[in-house]
Design a protein around this ligand. Structure first.
Ligand code: NAI
Length: 329
């Protein structure tokens, strides 16, 4: 079984080889993202492995199919970058639905603590022996209300963490979980009452630009917005306006609408052309990380083992127990 692995980073290889080699999978690691320009690299392979910023649109699906690819394995949970409908009757699609909800939820809290207590600024100050506290005041998380949108695996771990801080939790989910013990409210109430809002739902037609001028207008003045889910959940232009108008007090962004051509690459020696991202990064009350919430040793190991298991089950003809993207069935 030959696997074309796209968007490879050095940290992917040792963990993936640890599972792929014993399973007899021959892996070719390609650095480029998968998209219409690079899809021909998949010629001669049986399967492709893709990540969050690969573009698997209908044209790419058709080309993969023509090349004889049988299966797409996503080494991530979200699959908004794959045209699932186009795959129907052509390619099977598998993903890693849960590799470490803790990794993502803990990163969301790390971002909140950082932006609130200005640890990123304090670190730089003390390195230059500047021991002034001017401008570093935060607020107690204890007693504050956090609104969690999407109460699946990650949202619930984040709720547990927030509970540990003594925060009040309001939850919204399109499909509320009866057993979660969470207090579900309407989305409008969550917007109106939350001091902090954290997004943990998938990006779908429903949730695209869930945070926009209209929803921001309903929020408390000074609200902190955390997005570790998908960039498209936020209308970036509207967020920037909300911050400039001081309606939004702070934003923690691990994901960004137009991250595809930027995140995971080093542009430190370049003039970044994305004015919206540059504007956000220039704001003192915004923190941007480059889609790294998943990046823990435990998560990388789970991603590799689940992806290899999916491939082995599919090619052995018994995909039961493999984690297939359900819409494809
Ligand atoms: P999950 O599937 O366990 O939970 C998602 C929840 O969102 C479910 O409870 C579902 O009912 C809810 N939901 C669906 N449509 C909704 C809507 N219209 N409004 C409100 N809620 C809705 O997924 P999990 O594992 O908790 O992941 C959540 C998201 O986190 C993923 O979709 C992915 O985009 C993102 N993610 C980000 C990572 C990162 O590194 N930044 C890593 C892993 C996931």
């Amino acid at each position: 079984m030959k696997l074309a692995f796209f968007d490879t980073k050095p940290y992917d290889i040792p963990g993936f080889d640890r599972y792929a080699v014993p399973a007899g999978i021959e892996v070719k690691y390609f650095e480029p993202n998968l998209n219409e320009d690079t899809v021909s690299l998949a010629a001669g392979f049986d399967a492709v492995c893709v990540f969050v910023n690969d573009t698997v649109n209908a044209a790419v699906v058709d080309k993969l199919y023509q090349l004889g690819i049988k299966v797409i394995v996503l080494r991530c949970a979200g699959f908004n970058n794959v045209d699932i409908r186009a795959c129907r009757d052509k390619l099977r699609v598998f993903r890693v639905p849960a590799y470490s909800p803790h990794a993502v939820a803990e990163h969301a809290m790390a971002l909140l603590l950082t932006i609130n207590r200005r640890t990123h600024k304090a670190y730089i100050r003390t390195r230059e022996f500047n021991f002034s506290l001017q401008g570093l005041a935060g607020f107690d998380l204890y007693g504050k209300t956090v609104g969690i949108i999407g109460t699946g695996k990650i949202g619930r771990v984040f709720a547990d963490i927030c509970r540990g801080f003594g925060m009040n939790i309001l939850a919204y989910d399109k499909f509320p979980a009866a057993d979660s013990g969470l207090h579900y409210v309407a989305l409008s109430e969550l917007f109106e009452k939350s001091d902090i809002i954290s997004l943990h739902c998938p990006l779908t037609e429903d949730t695209n630009h869930l945070i926009d001028a209209e929803s921001i207008a309903r929020m408390k003045k000074g609200v902190t917005i955390i997005n570790t889910s998908r960039g498209g959940l936020i209308n970036t232009e509207d967020l920037i306006t909300g911050i400039k108008e001081k309606k939004v007090g702070a934003a923690c962004l691990d994901v960004y609408e137009e991250e595809g051509d930027l995140f995971y690459e080093d542009f430190s020696g370049h003039i970044v052309q994305d004015d919206k991202l540059v504007r956000l990064i220039a704001m003192p009350n915004v923190i941007v990380t480059s889609h790294q919430a998943f990046l823990t040793t435990e998560a990388l190991d789970n991603i590799a083992s689940t992806t290899v298991t999916n491939l082995v089950k599919f090619f052995s003809g018994s995909p039961d127990g493999a984690t297939e993207v359900v819409y494809n069935k």
